[in-house]
Design a protein around this ligand. Structure first.
Ligand SMILES: Cc1ncc(COP(=O)(O)O)c(C=O)c1O
Length: 485
């Protein structure tokens, strides 16, 4: 198990993060619990700031908020002087609510709705990353109707596919994102955009994949984009001043992962651009942006669970069931992602068994970790899964009507709640009871009072409040949440 950021072991043999005892955190805030290491988030932001903003002329970094999006996280990023990349009105609303400078917000996404375009335009976001012809048309019309002329980059497919530990140059054109250089559609779109009165075409964007370790994959993407910029200048008759090279920088999840330092990526990308632009006698872009998400928040998150049922199938496997799983971390089920773990209350105990960690959902695939070595496990132990900061909370669901966990930001021995744990009232907040379903066993009407703040149901004339037949069971709802009158 790798100790990221402020992770350590205290004198009680307990896991400690940000100076807080993990066992005490669960006692205070319950489990599952996302624990976010504030120092490590800031340290990661600063590494990007130094390497790209201070280290590259015209360098800019926009945190890809999809990785972990909430007010506190957005605020941390703003305090650390990074921009923010959003892909929906919801992410935009969160960034703006946290006080982001709209001019440093990039709006990505392959299907921005008319409402989203209008909201982003009215909010004066700094840049739109247009994905396709439909969007170009819609954005131009919407901008015109509002008397605006937003800066726009086109998302192009450079023909590079990068995977963990390898990358390949392909002619891959079958993707829902962006327009391909190879098919000519990217150039066609740029030509169209350059003629749109209400669009200020400033550059091109690409994103070559996720969890990429190969520095050279980014350098190669930079070269391809540079040469496409030069080709575009010749076709358009003017140079595009901005280049966005996306996100996707890999992080450590387990022993197979060996990410390079952020500055290596920055230097390789910039060197490749300088080299290629030099050969093409093309000026370097005035603005060179990236959009890292995972590599800013991933290692800064740890999820704490409480161990429940333990089942050993003789000569087959031991299953350790915990109180969360695919609902708070869908990555193992989605991508076979592999994580490291520890028992937070037994950090000094020697490993004795090999077991697999299961979630509580009605899905065989609801597994967090397969076959990990661990100390002897008992019900009530606190199990920590590391590097869960990115794409865990942001992809969490309420499957099986599980409640989304709370999150705390820890630093210098203090834990601050940044996401409240959901409660049962949250679960039924948006549920509605159509009038005809109020009919009780074909005979009686019952009047429901919904959780506080919700509108009361209006019953048909003369039906309201009729009593339930004697002996009829009351609708059993969580105490204080809802009641039958
Ligand atoms: C367009 C774009 N930019 C940035 C990112 C962030 O990637 P990562 O979190 O791997 O850095 C993504 C992730 O899917 C993306 O699609």
């Amino acid at each position: 198990m790798k100790r990221h950021g402020t992770i350590g072991v205290n004198e009680r043999g307990h896991l400690e993060i940000g100076g807080c005892d993990a066992v005490e955190l669960v006692r205070e805030f319950g489990s599952p619990l996302y624990v976010i290491d504030e120092d490590l988030v800031r340290q990661n932001c600063r590494a990007y700031h130094q390497a790209f903003i201070e280290g590259i002329p015209g360098g800019e970094v926009a945190y890809a908020s999809k990785a972990f999006c909430n007010l506190a996280m957005a605020r941390l990023v703003i305090q650390e002087d990074l921009g923010i990349d959003v892909v929906s009105a919801g992410e935009l609303y969160t960034a703006l609510s946290a006080g982001a400078d709209p001019g440093r917000i990039d709006f990505n996404g392959n299907n921005k709705t008319p409402d989203e375009l209008r909201y982003a335009l009215e909010s004066r976001v700094g840049r739109f990353i247009a994905d396709n012809f439909t969007e170009i048309q819609a954005l131009d019309e919407m901008a015109g109707s509002l008397g605006l002329r937003p800066k726009v980059l086109l998302r192009v497919q450079p023909g590079i596919e990068a995977h963990t530990h390898e990358y390949i140059q392909t002619g891959k054109i079958d993707s829902k994102f962006g327009l391909s250089i190879a098919t000519g559609q990217a150039m066609e779109a740029l030509t169209l955009m350059s003629k749109k009165e209400n669009l200020d075409l400033v550059g091109i964007h690409c994103h070559i994949g996720s969890q990429i370790f190969e520095v050279d994959a980014f350098a190669q993407a930079a070269r391809i984009m540079a040469s496409f910029m030069s080709y575009a200048r010749d076709s358009l008759g003017f140079p595009l001043p901005e280049l966005n090279l996306g996100g996707g920088f890999g992080i450590y999840y387990n022993q197979n992962d060996s990410p390079a330092p952020v500055r290596d990526f920055a230097q390789a990308m910039y060197a490749a651009l300088r080299d290629e632009m030099g050969k093409l006698s093309f000026p370097l872009p005035r603005r060179i942006s990236i959009e890292p998400g995972r590599s800013i928040i991933g290692n800064a998150g740890t999820t704490l669970y409480t161990v429940g049922s333990i089942k050993t199938i003789p000569r087959v496997r031991t299953y350790i069931a915990v109180d969360g799983g695919m609902t708070d971390n869908p990555r193992p089920a989605l991508y076979q992602a592999k994580y490291e773990m520890a028992l937070a209350n037994k950090m000094l105990a020697a490993n004795q068994i090999v077991a697999s960690v299961a979630g509580p959902c009605c899905e065989t695939g609801d597994m967090l970790i397969w076959d990990a070595a661990m100390p002897w496990v008992e019900t009530g132990d606190i199990l920590a899964v590391f590097s869960t900061g990115a794409y865990n909370y942001s992809m969490a669901s309420n499957y099986n009507r599980l409640l989304k966990p709370a999150a705390v930001l820890v630093a210098e021995g203090k834990a601050r709640l940044i996401l409240r744990r959901e409660n049962f009232a949250d679960l039924v907040r948006n549920d509605l009871m159509p009038e005809h379903l109020l009919w009780n066993q074909g005979k009686q009407w019952q009047k429901l009072t919904l959780p506080e703040g919700e509108a009361e149901l209006t019953l048909p004339e003369g039906k309201a409040g009729s009593a339930l037949p004697e002996g009829e069971a009351e609708l059993a709802l969580p105490e204080g949440e809802a009641r039958v009158e």
